[in-house]
Ligand binder design. Structure first.
Ligand code: RB5
Length: 147
């Protein structure tokens, strides 16, 4: 995936892992748009998932969503048409989420994985291209069969 810009968001539980991901992305020369939260005060993950999804759809840049488990973020994001949010706990999932599912949002759980694994997952996600062909047909079916 060639990308020069990425949209990120988290709740309070995901804040510190998000900040680590942001530092990693900036080191790679990728510009980062942070849609919040920016505080460790308790907040509600759907608000940040929605902000990131809207921005991903309007900018065509990929997104990253992080909460405690990644579950709430992925559940919220996948309610949007044309968002394919992938909750990944290892590099294989991240690679396949790009190759077969053309995922445009990576979700991770800060209470599930540590920063080193998160970085490897992120790297795999960003460096894998979509395979297209039969997988494009299946992605089109997600939209047409669930509308
Ligand atoms: C917050 O305590 C936690 O519920 C949230 O970060 C997330 O894991 C929800 O799916």
């Amino acid at each position: 995936m060639i990308c020069s810009n990425i949209i990120v968001g988290s709740d309070h539980a995901g804040l510190s892992l998000k900040q680590e991901c942001m530092a990693y992305l900036q080191k790679q020369g990728i510009s980062v748009e942070d849609m919040g939260t920016n505080s460790e005060d308790s907040c509600d993950y759907p608000e940040f998932a929605v902000k990131v999804c809207n921005r991903v759809l309007e900018s065509n840049s990929p997104g990253i969503l992080i909460c405690g488990t990644g579950l709430g973020m992925s559940m919220t994001a996948n309610r949007f048409s044309n968002i394919r949010a992938a909750l990944c706990t290892n590099e294989v999932m991240a690679r396949m989420a790009r190759k077969h599912n053309n995922s445009n949002i990576l979700c991770m759980g800060s209470r599930i994985i540590g920063p080193d694994l998160a970085e490897s997952i992120l790297e795999a996600f960003l460096n894998t291209e979509f395979d297209g062909n039969r997988h494009q047909k299946r992605i089109d079916l997600i939209e047409s069969l669930t509308r």
